[in-house]
Design a protein around this ligand. Sequence first.
Ligand code: DON
Length: 592
Amino acid sequence: MRIRPSRGLGAVTTVAALAATVAAPVAAQDETAPQAVTTEQEMVVTANPLATRAGEQVLRNGGTAADAAVAAQLVLGLVEPQSSGLGGGAFVVWHDGETGEITTYDGREKTPMASGEDRFVGLSFTEAWQSGLSAGVPGTPALLEELHSDHGGMPWQRLFAPGLRLALGGFEMTDRTAALVDSYLARNDSCTDRLFFRDPVAFEYFTNGSETDCAAKPGGTRMRNPDYANTLKTLRKEGAEGFYTGEIAEAVAEAVQTDPHIPGDMTVEDLAAYDVVERPAVCADYRGHEVCGMGPPSSGALAVGQMLGILEHFDLGDDPLAPEAVHLFTQAGRLAFADRNLYVGDTDFVTVPVEGMLDEDYLAERAALVGEEDMGTAEPGTPPGEFDPTAPQTESNESGTSHVSVVDRYGNALSMTTTIESGFGNGVMVDGGGFLLNNELTDFSFAPTDDEGVPIANRVQPGKRPRSSMSPTIVRDADGQVELVTGSPGGSRIIGYTAQSIINVIDFGLDPQQAINVPHYGNRNTTTTDIEPPIPGVTWDYDVEAPRAALEARGHQVSLTTQTSGLGVIQVTEDGLVGGADYRRDGAIGGQ
Ligand code: DON
């Protein structure tokens, strides 16, 4: 397994197969940044070395990509608890090595049935986030079971071994988790007057826990989570039913309904009714490649597909940091986000012009709007096809998510983005469960309509799934062979991170690691164009002032913004699998 050497985690480094030759890139690479890893037949990339190791062991034992993702997720919920877990939701894109079919699994959280459209009206984002109202019915446990039942090869019970071992035997809290805990605690008035970590169970688990010393447990602290182990044992024995009914479901509903800030309305009936939906993949053509991802309720595949469909009308040159390439990328982002904000919501509730948004002629029209100067706020277009008359959603409130990319020896590929929404979800750890609740419902528009009463596609409705930006993606060639598996956390920036990883490989000829190392840039149809300053030893080193000045000259309002992507990218080549992990987080690559 390969992790970033400077993380000081050498103790867990086992090398399956390290940096071998990779295709020579067209653009100049930065050799001071991390280098790609090549393996022969199987690979897993996650945002944490322990989760990668769990997936790697499963693959080595002959497990499928689905098995590896299950084992990795069960570990992620423990060791990267701020980002994803059993109390959250996830999307999976699956390419089947045997049939060549591609499909997606929607394990997105749902609103409780008692939910009204005015659920969040009058609340600030923080008030809603740190409350029982924001918790959606979790989808991840059901998703893992369905994924395993459709595509697993190893017995379900065996996939629990790494998670159980770590929960009972202990693991080290990462510096990243500790720093995030501290950053949220800093928002409280005092150790006793707390909105963040208001829940006594989470408070005790993550912090020093006293009235006078409530700092985060420091990075490196040995953590044990026997409650999580008990939840895993139930899931191992009873399957997802053991989560959605019985004691765990009762504890989840109880935690929501007794939230110390604002109680929520999730019931055991809501939990028992949760369903995973298998949906067709949404695919877009890009320069002869087929880019497939998650359709609604995610806006991911549509927005990534639109950006690429617009960019296809331009030559991006050979330098990913050239002002022209950055400008074009931002304009494609503006246009895609304008449509996303108007049209996309859960298609079980609203009609979204999915095909029209990716229609070739329509995207040609959109591309014609791109000029030399920044276009300013883009207006949504009118794609062909049916849609409900809706008003645009103006807020975009998003920040805890993780991504897992896997290719196995059977030719299967899996891209999973998994979330509890913000860092530590809604801040409540289910008593006796050892996992955190999500705050995914704050991904809905807080306002149900615009000022004139026109409904917003992504408004709250009972039993609905909130719009997401998660963009798990698999790129295939004209023969349907997998070329690239990619995806990232990052709120609505996920769309740009994912699209950028794809152009970095396809247009700029970079290998997956270099594709991740390129500093990010983008525009989500907001006032500013964001550019990522270099991070020594992680991203490419570059003089940020050069693109800044060039973009300002074209009318962009530039903001230098840290952009904590968590990309996991695997490229399938004739010489094997080439992988990249994101060292902006704790990325790690495993395989052989
Ligand atoms: O589904 C979504 O789009 C968001 N809830 C994802 C949040 C996220 O990526 C936070 N990551 N850092």
